[in-house]
Design a protein around this ligand. Structure first.
Ligand code: NDP
Ligand code: AKG
Length: 487
């Protein structure tokens, strides 16, 4: 077997503090979805044996890592943050080339990765328990927290830096070791994040990354008897199967999955603000966010005015290679994602009225990539497929309502409950939205996407396993509470 080395565009697995090639000696080539002639890099097409080595390294490292003081673990995260910050532009460029989001968005996401690392680095010095009065006056009773052990992290391609970091950083700070399997479509960018962990000097085995097919490496993590917890973000179908596998063997799991997020535009809304936020929430990152707006529920009194403003602004969107100045929206991540989006668009044409977009973009530079026009449909009813299923593309469905009650009923009439927003200037409408909306994230006069790293994030209904990530909430997943009684 030829020995491979990590180079500028050949990325290996990171196992036990070293970059190693897969036993299979096979690689996967990642190309730029804006220009498929541009090869971004290649990653390992790993096997279960490769995964087993990573899990074994993480298992060996777990005791010495958990025995460090939280502040010591935090120092490694502070270092990793500094290194990621120093490589921000390079890593953001790689992200844009690998999965298509625009360079400014990629820079914003990488900066968010830096901030997440610093936030959790600080967590190493914050409290982990409470003193609870015992009924025995001579005893001391308190809670402390134990790490789970080895945590398996399975991440999607739509946030190639932020999601690996927001799962790995809390896992580490609370004393766990990690084996991460990134989405294949964004694995080169993730490997660069792991180079930052390497340079920060994390002890061997504490963080490991194995690339390869989800059905082999992802499923292998879910099944592995030495993996104590699994955290996943991605599709519902895969998430549920991971949850079932983890449950069967008694491992802890956390799933963040789809969304079908509504925005309600009330009759008293600031329409310009609502239009801007609907476009930003629905179409940024080419609609490839679980928090993206996809259903636009508008009061009949302002419907026509809102629709005209929305469509004229959507038509102004510049689409192209996200590395180019002035481009607002990049391509879909892959040919298969593009085809999924196009098939939903065809469905939408049967179910409603196409107002703009509705096609793959062709000609010139577009022929080299996976570009789709931002698309708006009118006259969509709640039972339409495009009003019910997650599309993960730049598609908005407009729905007309007569009052607030109908708006909230419609907004709740999906299997998902991740994020929702309302545009109104009326406090009563805000309050009923906050109360009655079944979503983990409710936003008033602000777009449905946009997650703050210090606040809990997660969904209701089919959007998550009912747990929360980020902020202090991460502690609940990555640790187990121990109640201590001392006499
Ligand atoms: N909630 C969210 O943020 C996201 C939602 N999605 C939704 O999912 C749809 C499909 O996207 P896709 O990338 O295929 O999402 P997946 O759910 O297939 O992928 C997410 C992660 O799971 C891995 N994976 C795939 N199959 C398995 C398996 N059997 N066991 C364990 N892990 C597995 C993937 O690996 P690999 O990349 O190697 O396949 C990837 O790392 C999108 O159109 C969108 O609707 C997608 C991404 C993010
Ligand atoms: O909106 C965000 O910033 C986060 C979205 C997210 O977690 C996702 O799309 O997977």
């Amino acid at each position: 077997m030829a020995v491979q080395t990590q180079t500028e565009n050949n990325f290996l697995n990171y196992v036990n503090g070293e970059w190693v090639g897969s036993d299979t000696n096979e690689t996967i080539i990642n190309k730029n979805p804006a220009n498929t002639e541009d090869v971004v890099g290649q990653v390992q097409k790993s096997s279960r044996d490769d995964l087993n080595k990573a899990v074994s390294a993480a298992n060996t490292a777990r005791n010495s890592w958990r025995n460090l003081a939280g502040a010591q673990r935090g120092q490694y995260l502070f270092k990793a943050a500094d290194i990621l910050e120093s490589r921000l532009e390079e890593i953001a460029e790689c992200m844009t080339r690998e999965m298509g989001k625009t360079f400014p968005e990629a820079k914003g996401e990488t900066a968010r990765g830096v901030a997440i690392l610093r936030y959790y680095a600080g967590e190493g010095m914050r409290k982990v328990g409470d003193v609870i009065p015992s009924s025995d006056s001579e005893a001391l009773m308190f809670t402390t927290r134990a790490p789970l052990g080895v945590v398996g992290v399975i991440t999607p391609w739509n946030f190639p830096v932020a999601i690996p970091v927001w799962k790995t950083a809390p896992a580490l700070i609370y004393g766990n070791t990690v084996v991460l399997k990134p989405a294949t479509e964004a694995a080169v960018t993730c490997a660069k994040v792991f180079e930052c962990f390497e340079e920060a000097g994390l002890p061997a085995g504490v963080v490991n990354m194995v690339t390869g097919p989800g059905s082999i490496i992802g499923q292998g993590l879910a099944e592995h008897p030495e993996v104590n917890g699994i955290t996943f973000t991605g599709s519902n179908i895969v998430g549920k199967s991971i949850g079932q596998t983890a449950l069967e063997r008694g491992a802890k799991y956390q799933l963040e999955m789809g969304g079908k997020n509504p925005v309600i535009v009330a009759d008293d809304a600031d329409l310009d603000l609502a239009v801007e936020a609907t476009i930003s929430g629905g179409l940024r990152s080419t609609g490839q966010k679980c928090t993206a707006t996809s259903r636009v529920i508008v009061h009949s009194e302002v419907y026509e005015k809102f629709k005209d403003k929305l469509v004229s602004k959507v038509k102004e969107i510049s689409i192209g290679d996200g590395m180019k100045d002035g481009i607002w929206m990049g391509p879909s991540v892959s040919e298969s994602q593009l085809n999924t989006v196009l098939s939903y668009i065809e469905k939408g044409k049967e179910e409603g009225t196409l107002l703009c977009g509705g096609e793959r973009l062709c000609g010139g530079e577009y022929d080299k990539g996976y570009f789709v026009a931002p698309t708006v449909f009118d006259d969509i009813t709640t039972d339409a497929v495009i009003a019910q299923e997650e599309i993960f593309g730049p598609v908005l469905a407009l729905m007309k309502v007569e009052d607030m009650e109908e708006a909230i009923d419609l907004a709740n009439d999906v299997e998902y409950g991740l994020s929702a927003s309302i545009f109104t200037t009326n406090i009563q409408k805000m309050l009923s939205f906050i109360n009655d909306m079944d979503a983990g994230l409710v936003r008033i006069n602000s777009e449905s996407a946009g997650v703050e790293l210090q606040a809990p994030f997660g969904g209701m209904k089919q959007s998550s396993s009912h747990s929360r990530e980020q902020g202090e909430a991460a502690k609940e997943f990555f640790t187990a509470i121990k109640t201590v009684f001392v006499k």
